[in-house]
Write a protein that binds this ligand. Structure first.
Ligand code: ZN
Ligand code: ZN
Ligand code: ZN
Length: 583
């Protein structure tokens, strides 16, 4: 997997830079003032020849492999094991109806796939959720329409009985709808998918931010953003939809490659149109070998934009004149210019960082040159290729501080643990959301950012007063980590020194915060919330905890002092919001 070992390549590059000839290039690299300058220096290294995709770019479907998994399923010990093997059979079985791109073996014509899906429907009755059975039944129905006559005859009776027994009425074949919450306070006139109660502002030395223009209570949804590009970690490619990032037990495979799956044919089509058509043939170059989901996300950013959109930016690849959000323009995360404008922080980066990201950018460029991005009539001359690599480098840099982690909070029982155990945060991948990137960090945040599939939702966890900045937490909460640890982590990853109240006033960590017994009204709300949470009513639970947070704030008049009860309320609220919006 992965046609190049990045760690090995980096050490090869490092070695060459330490040679006498390399020291000249090293100096050039240090003195370069632009991304394209650094890349031009790196390209002189002979080791850079190895930053080239090798071997097949597509994980091909294989009927023998699919048949093998189908056979092994019979000896599987548990339903989970059965399902895993059947899913592999479905993934690797050639798909009928896609003959133009991939000739089917004459003997197959969808037989393996049909057999695996029929079998899967049986197994899902034992261990699936209704939505998984519905998804599988829907896919079987769609498949039946494209099966050659001989195959559909062969499976006629079984297909009829399985589909007749499918108790759920599957939805129409379209991209699965998201259930995004309503935005509090109406929509902003300029910031897409954002509340009218916040405004963009620019703070010298800190950059862009969002500021409340009136008091906003806890539990208010302020942003429901859709990322420009996103990517799952390759360990999730079998279990989560590449399009909506929903967990699925009945995945629908790509018709061309055996690498990725979707929750439905609708999501498959949406992803195909947006990025997968272009990447399907090079995906194996972009996984493994030390490449992170971030590299795939950057490749998808370029593929989503397309050459027509990128071309005007090639000449601007080295310009970093980012100041304010243009007050006259609509700000939309789904537009490439918003992604381009994200701060890459190039000036703060070390020479080692320049070497690593530069090498990666050159490798990504060479992968992308194999796709439709650079196919006629979009051919690029050498100068334009360097500019495109500089654009990729810029995105690799800005992703490091502006990219968001996609995760889901999974209840303990789903992980096979005791239902009373804490739910576990599972990392899925990453996403680029320019609007969310307008929000700065505080070790004492006033909001949380939850994922709804690939979507990012900003919800307040305490009152945000008029004039106060909306502040998220970049995984460094004051009550969980000592100040020195937080500050070091933030400086290293995000290149700033945090000056939040908790940092300035040296707030103590959780164990040393004084405990105050909640008054009766607060206690009642906390009990109601806990009851709703244990009943699985996460939205009601969140409402109760938000109301509790508001009461605690009313009793606590000094925002410069930490409050343990408020920290508790924010923690419960955050957890319930994550569970409520999980797809
Ligand atoms: Zn999906
Ligand atoms: Zn594919
Ligand atoms: Zn801080």
């Amino acid at each position: 997997m992965g046609s190049v070992d990045m760690a090995e390549l980096f050490s090869r590059v490092g070695e060459e830079l330490r040679t006498q000839e390399g020291s000249r290039i090293h100096r050039q690299l240090r003195e370069a003032t632009s991304g394209s300058g650094r890349l031009a220096a790196l390209l002189q290294l002979s080791a850079m020849a190895e930053a080239t995709p090798q071997g097949p770019g597509r994980l091909d479907k294989s009927r023998p492999a699919a048949t093998e998994w189908l056979l092994r399923e019979r000896d599987a010990g548990s339903d989970q094991e059965r399902l895993a093997l059947l899913n592999l059979a479905v993934q690797f079985a050639p798909t009928p109806g896609s003959e133009e791109q991939q000739p089917l073996e004459l003997r197959d014509h969808g037989q393996t796939l049909t057999a695996a899906l029929l079998r899967r429907q049986h197994v899902l009755h034992g261990c699936g959720r209704p939505e998984d059975r519905a998804a599988n039944a829907l896919y079987l129905r769609q498949l039946r329409d494209v099966l050659p006559e001989a195959t559909s005859k062969k499976f006629e009776h079984e297909l009829e009985s399985v589909l007749a027994a499918a108790d759920e009425q599957p939805a129409a074949d379209e991209e699965r709808p998201f259930k995004l919450p309503k935005i509090y306070g109406g929509l902003h006139y300029k910031l897409k998918r954002t509340s009218a109660l916040v405004n963009p502002a620019y703070v010298e030395g800190k950059g862009r931010c969002l500021v409340a223009n009136e008091d906003i209570p806890p539990g208010s949804v302020l942003i429901t953003d859709s990322p420009y590009a996103w990517a799952l970690g390759s360990d999730r490619w079998q279990t989560h939809c590449q399009n909506c990032c929903r967990r699925t037990l009945a995945p629908v495979p790509c018709t061309q490659c055996a690498a990725v799956v979707f929750c439905s044919a609708g999501c498959r089509q949406a992803a195909w149109n947006r990025f997968h058509r272009a990447e399907c043939g090079i995906l194996e170059h972009l996984r493994g070998g030390g490449l992170t989901p971030m590299a795939l996300m950057v490749a998808r950013t370029a593929l989503t934009a397309g050459m027509a959109r990128l071309r005007p930016y090639l000449a601007r690849c080295d310009s970093y004149d980012i100041t304010d959000v243009d007050p006259a323009a609509v700000y939309d995360s789904l537009e490439y210019d918003a992604v381009f404008d994200q701060v890459p922080n190039s000036a703060f980066r070390s020479i080692l960082d320049a070497i690593r990201r530069g090498t990666l950018a050159i490798y990504l460029l060479r992968c992308l040159l194999l796709t439709e991005l650079a196919a006629p009539p979009a051919e690029l001359d050498e100068r334009q290729q360097l500019q495109l690599a500089a654009l990729l480098l810029r995105h690799l840099e800005s992703c490091a501080c502006n990219g968001f982690q996609l995760s889901e909070l999974v209840p303990a029982e789903e992980l096979g643990r005791d239902a009373d155990d804490e739910p576990e945060a599972v990392e899925l991948g990453g996403a680029v959301s320019a609007t969310m990137s307008l929000i700065n960090h505080s070790c004492d945040p006033n909001m949380t950012r939850v994922n709804h599939g690939r979507h990012l939702i900003a919800i307040t966890t305490r009152t945000v007063a008029a004039g106060e900045e909306l502040q998220d937490n970049y995984r460094a909460l004051f009550h969980e980590a000592p100040r020195a640890v937080r500050q070091a982590a933030l400086l290293e990853r995000y290149h700033f020194t945090c000056r939040c109240s908790a940092c300035r006033l040296h707030w103590p960590m959780y164990d040393r915060l004084s405990a105050v017994a909640p008054r009766a009204a607060v206690r009642d709300l906390l009990e109601t919330g806990a009851q709703s949470e244990s009943d699985g009513e996460f939205r009601s639970a969140a409402q109760a905890f938000a109301a509790a947070a508001q009461l605690v704030e009313a009793d606590h008049d000094d925002p410069l002092q930490p409050n343990r009860l408020l920290v508790d309320c924010q923690g419960y609220l955050t957890r319930c919001l994550w569970l409520a919006y999980r797809l």
